[in-house]
Design a binder for this molecule. Structure first.
Ligand SMILES: Cc1cc2nc3c(=O)[nH]c(=O)nc-3n(C[C@H](O)[C@H](O)[C@H](O)COP(=O)(O)O)c2cc1C
Length: 170
């Protein structure tokens, strides 16, 4: 798919079909994560692939929307802060690296005809408990992964002029 077409095709899918995702598609998506850039090439994250079948009730404690567990797979990206690059002023780049990896994942999934939805409004305590995430690792974002059962909505976005300025902040 042409790149701009792919970007415009992606949307937050909030309804999924009850059909499995092919293993080869999951592999491709993970390859996209692997290839994503990260500060100092540290790749300070781990992806947890969760099969939802039989785990719907516990997974809904992490994020309660019904569609979250409708998809056959839910993915969590976890940041490993002490592996991430830090700037001289101490700013840790783990969140940025995780966001780039997740965006690669989401776009690769779209290219393969799959749906995703960024989820950050989850319960981090439940996520830690249910997914056995250690204290020095942070669950950063989730997405369901499956075939969309809804249709894209109209994209409402700010005008480019509102998002950009030139030469100086203004
Ligand atoms: C960092 C981030 C966190 C988000 N968290 C949630 C969430 O917790 N629940 C949800 O339904 N959508 C969530 N979204 C989806 C946004 O609401 C959505 O991307 C935005 O409204 C634009 O719509 P579109 O993705 O369909 O283009 C999140 C998106 C991003 C980028």
């Amino acid at each position: 798919m042409e790149f701009m077409e792919l970007i415009k095709k992606r949307y937050s899918v909030r309804s999924y079909k009850n059909i499995p995702v092919e293993e080869w598609k999951i592999k491709k998506i993970l390859e996209a994560v692997q290839m994503s850039p990260s500060a100092a090439n540290r790749q300070p994250y781990k992806i947890i692939i969760i099969h939802t079948e039989g785990r719907q009730e516990e997974l809904k404690k992490i994020y309660s929307a019904e569609w979250f567990v409708q998809a056959p797979i839910v993915i969590c990206i976890c940041g490993i802060k002490n592996l991430a690059w830090k700037r001289n002023d101490g700013k840790n780049h783990v969140d940025i690296d995780c966001a780039i990896a997740m965006d690669h994942l989401v776009l690769a999934a779209t290219d393969l005809g799959l749906g995703t939805c960024w989820i950050c409004a989850f319960d981090p305590c439940q996520a830690r408990k249910i997914l056995k995430i250690p204290d020095d690792v942070e669950p950063i974002a989730f997405t369901p992964l499956g075939y969309p059962a809804d249709s894209p909505r109209e994209k409402k976005r700010k005008l480019i002029e509102e998002l950009v300025c030139y030469e100086f902040w203004q």
